[in-house]
Design a protein. Structure first.
Length: 130
């Protein structure tokens, strides 16, 4: 039972991080462009406008994906409750691997949205100004 609880916590950690950081990025993007914290790509770091846009967009995606992965994670872990350690470990490992898809996958739509809204220099495209 102890290993199952450990795996449940570990498997819920990724969605919790996505929900927490997603909400934080949506509501309060980092104030300054920096190399330590935040959604840091060459396009998002062009200027303050691209920086804020990227964080709000990426934050929303992470928040939604985090919420969408909580329930399936819990359901899968409940189905292996009481099973042997190998089964619990395998299910937990597969869940962690599958959670990487939205965790990393949110980068691609964010970069596409940045390119739709801003040119290569970070200037808003016509009709996309705030």
């Amino acid at each position: 039972m102890g290993f199952w609880i450990f795996m449940l916590i570990m498997d819920l950690l990724t969605p919790a991080i996505m929900i927490g950081f997603g909400r934080g990025f949506m509501k309060h993007p980092p104030k300054t462009i920096n190399m330590v914290y935040g959604y840091r790509t060459s396009m998002s770091m062009k200027n303050k406008e691209t920086w804020d846009f990227a964080h709000k967009y990426f934050g929303k995606l992470w928040y939604i994906c985090g919420l969408a992965t909580v329930l399936p994670t819990a359901v899968v872990m409940v189905t292996v409750l009481g099973k042997d350690t190998d089964t619990v470990g395998t299910a937990g490992g597969i869940l962690c691997t599958l959670q990487l898809v939205p965790l990393i996958g949110c980068i691609f739509p964010t970069e596409c949205a940045l390119r739709r809204h801003f040119d290569k220099q970070g200037n808003p495209r016509p009709g996309k100004e705030k």
